[in-house]
Design a protein around this ligand. Structure first.
Ligand SMILES: NC(=O)C1=CN([C@@H]2O[C@H](COP(=O)(O)OP(=O)(O)OC[C@H]3O[C@@H](n4cnc5c(N)ncnc54)[C@H](O)[C@@H]3O)[C@@H](O)[C@H]2O)C=CC1
Ligand SMILES: CC(=O)[C@H](N)C(=O)O
Ligand SMILES: [Zn+2]
Ligand SMILES: [Zn+2]
Length: 350
């Protein structure tokens, strides 16, 4: 193995990133070194690339980007007894403290001291990467690396879709970005019907159909509430899953949900939103869930089983695959323009 490797690094506090040569890291106590087999771009990587306000407040440069990963353990650091060389792993990106009030109630997904790799420390957009052993998830050997890397965002989608009953239930999904598309795959695999998707981008509406949406709506051209009422004979949907972060989509989704229905909110809103709580939530007795991260480790078991079941239609979601990182700028710009589903890099050319 070479001493140096290419990595996509946020080198300075400004727009963009650079492909640089860096030393292959050594695993410290409690860590393993992995050969990165596949790594995918998350919306958070895009925010870091764009250097938005959140990134400016959180990211320390220089830092290797990326956190969605599948790889093979090639070196084990001191004190690691749960992994060995040759293990095929993915990684939970939230490094939790295990000591805070939330952790001590087994609510690791809301640990108040969470650190995230690729955000608070070097990430995985490189040929090799360090993963804390406590964050490793062992994969079955026959799981394709691109699916294995997607397990982390799939976990977000699984927690959103499966926060309540879904089989046989009418479902509205707002936003068919990469996460909404994964949400459609999970909802269909779990027996939701009909799955109605509201998404303004034609490209992404087409992807939504390929993944299995039963109806797609352009909310900029037709009223999604009326469309949902027409499809559900005036009842509204049993389940509303918000994946867009658009304030208007939240209001429309609440209005389109049947009284007593379930609402799960994953999308992050760019500002405070105003909603008619009395009429859209309280008098409708809606059940509302905020969704963040993944339950450790229940969500990972569910994600892994869903993939192994063969029932998740993931291939249409993965729209772009790159060997090596040379074309990373093209990948980021396409994603910024909304012209992708999930983008996956395979860092090694051989
Ligand atoms: N709660 C959590 O733990 C996490 C939340 N997120 C959030 O989840 C959301 C989805 O992530 P991505 O798919 O990566 O984002 P994305 O920005 O690629 O996708 C959002 C989609 O919503 C669509 N959209 C915009 N306005 C709309 C409207 N009025 N009605 C319906 N759709 C509309 C856009 O065209 C786009 O396709 C984002 O807000 C992201 O910040 C992401 C990761 C974790
Ligand atoms: C910060 C992230 O993007 C991460 N995927 C998460 O689930 O929190
Ligand atoms: Zn992410
Ligand atoms: Zn904690």
């Amino acid at each position: 193995m070479a001493d140096k490797m290419p990595a996509i690094m946020k080198t300075k506090p400004a727009y963009g990133a650079e492909l640089v040569e860096v030393d292959v890291p050594k695993p410290g106590p409690g860590e393993v070194l992995i050969k990165v087999l596949a790594t995918s771009i998350c919306g958070t990587d895009l925010h870091i690339y764009e250097w938005n306000e959140w990134a400016q407040s959180r990211i320390k440069t220089p830092q290797i980007m990326g956190h969605e990963v599948a790889g093979e353990v090639i070196e084990v650091g001191p004190g690691v007894d749960t992994l060995e060389v040759g293990d095929y792993i993915s990684a939970e990106t939230h490094i939790v403290c295990g000591k805070c009030y939330a952790c001590r109630h087994n609510r690791y997904h809301v640990c108040q001291n969470t650190k995230i790799f690729g955000v608070d420390m070097d990430g995985v957009f490189a040929e090799y990467a360090i993963v804390p052993a406590q964050n490793a998830w062992k994969n079955p050997k026959d799981m394709p690396p691109e699916y294995a890397a997607l397990q982390e965002p799939l976990g977000n989608a699984v927690d959103t879709v499966l926060a309540g009953p879904i089989a046989g239930m009418s479902t509205l999904i707002t936003g068919a970005g990469p996460l909404g598309l994964l949400g459609i795959a999970v909802a269909k695999a779990s027996g939701a019907y009909p799955v109605i998707v509201s998404e303004p981008s034609e490209f992404r509406r087409e992807l939504a159909k390929k993944v299995g949406a039963d109806y797609v709506i352009n909310p900029f051209e037709e009223d999604p509430v009326k469309a949902v009422m027409d499809i559900t004979d005036g009842a509204g949907v049993e389940v509303f899953l918000e994946f867009s972060g658009a304030p208007k989509a939240l209001e429309q989704g609440l209005a389109a949900t049947t009284p007593g229905g379930r609402v799960s909110l994953l999308g992050l809103f760019p500002r405070d939103v105003t909603v008619d709580f009395n009429n859209l939530i309280i008098f409708k007795a809606l059940e509302i869930h905020g969704i963040t991260g993944r339950h450790l480790w229940e969500t990972w078991y569910t994600v892994s089983s869903l993939i192994q079941s063969g029932r998740l239609n993931l291939d249409p979601v993965i729209t772009h695959k790159y060997r090596g990182f040379e074309k990373f700028e093209e990948a980021f710009e396409l994603m910024r323009a909304g012209k992708t589903g999930k983008v996956v890099f395979f860092p090694h050319k051989g």
